[in-house]
Design a protein around this ligand. Sequence first.
Ligand code: BGC
Length: 364
Amino acid sequence: MDARIGRVALVALMLSGSACKRSEPSEGAKATEGGRHVIALLLPESKTARYESHDRPLFEGKVKALCPTCEVLYANADQDAARQQSQAEAALTNGAQVLVLDPVDSASASAIVARAKQSRIPVISYDRLVMNADVDYYISFDNEQVGQLQAQALVDKLMADGRKMGTLVAIHGSPTDNNARMFKAGAHPVLETSGYLLGAEYDTPDWSPDKAQQQMEQALTALGKKSLIGVYAANDGTAGGAIAAMKAAGISPLPPVTGQDAELAAIQRIVAGEQYMTVYKAIRPEAEAAAELAVTLARGQRPPPERLTGKVNNGRKDVASILLTPVAVTRDNVRDTVVADGFWKPEQICVGVYQQACATARLP
Ligand code: BGC
């Protein structure tokens, strides 16, 4: 009874994001009392909407459906790598038999993996790859393709609009996120060979929309408003920041802006013509694949090899991976992608000021 209270209190601490005391290694992969299975889901931040609106509920729902006796210990690190480390330690102390880890910092999270491996606990790298670490599995999208889709959509739109020359600004993601590096690697070759000038580019610490807004303000001061013809923004949060800065500077009409995640606010901006495109990454197959794999591992089983379709090298090993395919979304295909998939319903998109614009996207 006492132990249970202690455990609940510790979980409450984890959920509040507070640091937990370091403790002795947990029992490792041994079954917990009463045949329960414990899975930790550690997500990186909450300023980007996807984690709380999709990843977490879809993951938890799938675990529950597959394994009624499984328990998910959830923690969000709110962009703080040290906090994520404490959350991981707390999860291990609380008997987690698998870590599903979406790292704040793809490099320093190798310490979390090492700590889990000391206790013989498998680690699934979720969405972002932990570098130079002995992770067991990786589930994500083809992230270079994400960057390529964004940049190509921007360049194609500018050409279709008859833009012969002009300046682009690129707002990339967090320098500690390996995905941000991959989006950039996919986007750069397209932007560099486009014939347009890449006037300024920035990494955005923590993927923070506020910082993206400040960077866009700096770009406008440095380059002037006139030559700007397009903005490569690596996700919808940074796109929102860039758009806010351009609106505050009185830029109208807005140039095409890219994004990623198909966040509700971005889909509304796309419908209203404020953002040109986003990249839709269907989170259901990603979160559910992670849940399936986590349940299999928590039960001490091995996943069927045909489920793992690829390998990605993280500097230490070729990690068995599941890589999903991203899709570019503009106003023309909102209906056939995010709406057809049930990712957002027309009644969620077409509210208030967006009601009228929805007709142009063949919604509802
Ligand atoms: C994810 C994106 C997300 C970004 C910010 C990336 O690692 O793949 O979907 O927008 O992090 O959290």
